[in-house]
Ligand binder design. Sequence first.
Ligand code: PMV
Length: 335
Amino acid sequence: MTPAPLQATAQAQPNIALVKYWGKRDAALNLPAAGSLSITLDALHTRTSVCFDASLAADDIVLNGERDAAQARKVGTFLDLFRARAGVTTRAHIESRNDFPTGAGLASSASGFAALAVAADRALGLGLDAAYLSALARRGSGSAARSIFGGFVEMAAGVRGDGEDARATPLLAADAWPLEVVIAITTRAKKSISSSAGMQASQRTSPYYRDWVATVPHDLDAARAAVQARDFDKLADVSEASCLAMHAVMLATRPGLIYWNGATLDCIQCIRSLQMMGTGVFYTVDAGPQVKAVCLPDAVPRVRGALQNISGVEEVLVSGLGEGARVVEDATACT
Ligand code: PMV
């Protein structure tokens, strides 16, 4: 048997949900209450190196150049899932970097845990398949299960108590329907309430939570069919409805979860005007104030131009659809 390399580096990209995930059926195993559907981006990257080192007494975790105790605990617990499978207790150095704002509604936890799962699997020589890695990535962040795959991806809620069927599967490759995403960044500040805490608050207090969960399977069927038929208008319709329904649940949470700012709403109104003029674009917004405008390729210049003129929009990024998480560099020993 080839010895495990001990060290590996992986890259993953964030994904944007078109049918949203908001709610858990089990908080300990991080099992979603319903399925979701997403697109993986290609222009925003997380790169994560994992190096298992027998001389370390504790994990050493550096995220975007900083050591943060709360994040380190979360990452260390996540790594334990891999150590347990490998039958080792060796601690690790982890270095992870995003080339986009972290914790501001750009799905940095999705790409972060997907990259970490792939790097840890390779470094420990586990050789887990992508489906299994997706279920493990979910333990770090629900949306991370989707960033294991590229293009259009569907996440299953699953029914098993152990969560092994709560994992993503690829629906359609990125190049099979090359949509583009224009992202309007309206602030670089970190959000005040994490998705996990927000979801649990909605579950406890939002009067619309149960109805929301009940609508998701129908939205998933409609979105899946739209993707399979490359029907942009149908995908637009279901995606905007899913986004607004999720935000309605958030707003009705006590205290209310308002992730938007004024520019968020201005961007949505601008996209609605562009739609009325026949532009192939629709919007979606996650647990943060950034607006993601999903476009047919020929609509990109017009959408980018319109969004960057809105007061409060700090920057506009454009991304196509990309691949899933993958190993990008290997070494045979820790460096
Ligand atoms: O994966 P989490 O725990 O960061 O939650 C993601 C929640 C949303 O981004 C709002 C929706 C989604 O499906 O990605």
